[in-house]
Design a protein around this ligand. Sequence first.
Ligand SMILES: Nc1ncnc2c1ncn2[C@@H]1O[C@H](COP(=O)(O)OP(=O)(O)O)[C@@H](O)[C@H]1O
Ligand SMILES: [Mg+2]
Length: 358
Amino acid sequence: MSRNSRAPPRPSPTLPFLSSRLLVPLSPSFFAPSLPSAPCAPKARPGLHKRTRVGLRLESAVPPIIIAVANQKGGVGKTTTSVNLAASLAAAERSVLLIDCDPQGNATSGLGIDRRSVERSVYDVLLGQVSLDEAAAPSRVQRLSIVPATQDLVAAELELVDAADRATRLREAIAQATAPCDIVILDCPPSLGLLTVNALSAADRVLVPLQCEFYALEGLTHLMATIDRIKAAYNPTLAFEGIVLTMYDGRNSLTHEVAEQVREHFRVFSTVVPRNVRLSEAPSHGVPALLYDAQSRGAQAYLSLARELLEGLPAGSEVPAQAPKSGTKETRAAEGSRDNAERPTTKGARSPKAEAKV
Ligand SMILES: Nc1ncnc2c1ncn2[C@@H]1O[C@H](COP(=O)(O)OP(=O)(O)O)[C@@H](O)[C@H]1O
Ligand SMILES: [Mg+2]
């Protein structure tokens, strides 16, 4: 990915101004002072951390939520969703660990890590050579760390072929981690191979980005069948979190037709991510859209998605009390009509048709 030295068009607002435009207010500590050189493990905080089912230590008694962002189709917005949702959750003061499970390493470079400089990656974790804590690197976003991926990861599928626990290596690595964490996001590759199987075996929930195009539904059936198989074989409590409609263009009638069909059959987030150029520009600056242009509709959409996600999590994980309520002046910028191609939508609760059969 080419690095562009041009300064990002950050609105250079004061934080209070910025906060008033955001659905989830940014805490002043959102921006990390600088990007330390990767890789380096996030500091394990001493004190009253409680060991949980998956081993990650928390500051609260609430267990971490592990969310796999999966769709075997390429280019549907998995990485964009992983990076920007992770940053938005960090903005909502959650400790987030993003694990890049794709050998293309787009989430890694999208968070400003030069893949050539990575010494410890998810490949080393899967092969048991380093711990997740050792492979995790900080990002420019406070409270957001990433376990990077490199091309090496392609080899992991072959190297693990004879390992009896090949499908649950990632789950085990997460279980051994000790760094404090509230939410783990797994950015899956565009396939249903061993890497995606590892992510789905480790996850509590699956979130599926979907582009509203003609063949969108075809792949979904296959993905749902895979989720069923993972549930049966490795992870009976895996839940379907919902579909996120991405690159949404409300001016296009096909978009409406596909969205309607998807809503008829699946649980779909009310928040719709519009096609927005800022979302595609931000990775070349090594930052999420929230740091590139916080007021962009793309950044606002992911804040809205984070809020919707947090609202659906168990008690104790909900949006902070100070978050502006939907429909207020502060949030209107992030809300809008589905007819407006550039606006994220946050109307109503998630589609009640909701529970897809998985
Ligand atoms: N909402 C969006 N608006 C504009 N461009 C987007 C949007 N979401 C993703 N993109 C762009 O589309 C391409 C594919 O997205 P990506 O997140 O990498 O998909 P995946 O991880 O599913 O392969 C990337 O160039 C990305 O910048
Ligand atoms: Mg990707």
